[in-house]
Ligand binder design. Structure first.
Ligand SMILES: [Zn+2]
Length: 388
């Protein structure tokens, strides 16, 4: 899968300082950081290089002897910060975000001393909003907030950028009336929305705001999402896929479609996928335990929901040991067992512990077997049968 949806943004070029390219502005030029200075013009050229009326080489030498000139910081720090920030203000680049857990969004590159350092945001919108916050850029570049904020406003004004999108043909591609504005707040350009719709389901219905957010920030490629749309024609399934995309989708892009061929709750499929299970695992389990595939899949999902990833062979052993096929490990009991055996020199994996627990059906006996180094359900069962 590509970089978080960036591949489909080819119709959007980088934002230049003004719609014509260069931008000429008046700034206050200080020769003493504590005193007001005179105003003069500066020009940002198309690639954000800034031109001032100064002989900067000479000014740099003066700087070495204790002089001060605000235009040097303007050239060295403010202009590079502005060039990057402008791409987010113009929604020409997506901020790099990472999701951890359901409601934890972080900036991929948090800034030391900024509120994003070690903190997460509840939604991608809030994280994207922070990525455009002047304070974030001030913390990162150590520039004057006053100067950067003024210049950022000047650039936005030159392009007519506001907090709202206005009328745009992409409105018809988003299901919710205010969806395009919400996506703009979350850092998505209407052209990006149009590109994603075109790439994923060009003759399809309007798609939910949530779909576009997932497609932008969770790393599913448009090609893969298009394959899901073609196979299901289902907006909700497509949105679910964008939000639950996982490693298995990247290594085996057909795995999810194969699961969707079974009548399973979507939640079970997401759990199975996150454990790396393919439909073949369920088919194998069904064969060795003589049950139907759907039931075998739901058995694997039950184990995975407790954080355990047994192979079909392991569960077949349980079946032969007489363990009820409806048995599902209790996450809390497995936690307790893991805590019990945490000090062992050779500690079992969570899956091994849960399999032994399934045989003994109680934590204390399972812990006793694990302490003896019996980590396999087959050996655990033999030991139990040999115990009067
Ligand atoms: Zn920050």
């Amino acid at each position: 899968m590509g970089e978080a949806g960036l591949a489909s943004r080819e119709s959007l070029s980088l934002l230049t300082p003004s719609p014509d390219g260069p931008l000429t502005l008046v700034v206050e030029c200080r020769t003493d950081p504590r005193k007001r200075g005179d105003a003069h013009q500066i020009t940002f050229d198309v690639d954000w290089q800034v031109h001032t009326p100064h002989d900067l080489e000479a000014e740099r030498i003066a700087l070495a002897f204790g002089g001060y000139l605000s235009c040097i910081s303007l050239v060295d720090q403010v202009a590079p910060a502005l060039a990057e920030l402008a791409q987010l203000i113009g929604r020409r680049r997506l901020p790099a975000l990472h999701r951890r857990g359901n409601q934890e969004w972080r900036l991929a590159l948090p800034v030391v001393g900024c509120r994003c350092e070690g903190k997460s945001f509840r939604t991608p919108e809030l994280a994207a909003f922070h990525a455009r916050d002047i304070r974030h850029w001030v913390a990162q570049y150590g520039v004057s907030a006053r100067v950067l904020a003024h210049l950022a406003e000047d650039v936005a004004r030159a392009h007519g950028i506001t907090e709202w999108v206005g009328s745009h043909p992409a409105r018809s591609l988003v299901r919710e009336g205010s969806g395009l504005d919400d996506l703009w707040q979350a850092g998505l350009h209407p052209e990006y929305v149009a590109d994603v719709h075109q790439a994923v389901w060009c003759d399809g219905p309007p798609l939910p705001t949530r779909f576009y957010l997932g497609a932008a920030y969770l790393g599913a490629s448009c090609d893969w999402l298009a394959a899901i749309a073609r196979a299901t024609f289902d907006v909700d399934v497509l949105t679910w896929a964008a939000w639950t995309v996982c490693d298995l989708d990247r290594t085996d892009p057909d795995a999810r479609l194969q699961w969707l061929g079974l009548r399973l709750p979507l939640r079970d499929i997401a759990v199975l996928m996150s454990g790396g299970y393919t439909r073949a695992s369920a088919e194998q389990l069904a064969e060795v335990t003589h049950q139907d595939v759907t039931r075998a899949a739901s058995q694997l999902a039950g184990w995975q929901a407790a954080g355990c990833t047994p192979g079909p062979g392991d569960l077949a052993v349980l079946s032969r040991a007489g363990v009820d096929p409806w048995y599902r490990p209790s996450p809390r009991a497995v936690d307790r067992l893991m805590a019990d055996v945490a000090g062992l020199r050779a500690a079992p994996t969570r899956t091994q512990a849960a399999l032994v627990l399934a045989v003994t059906q109680n934590v204390r006996s399972a812990a006793a077997l694990l302490r003896l180094g019996i980590f396999e359900p087959f050996a655990a069962n033999l030991t139990l049968e040999g115990t009067p």
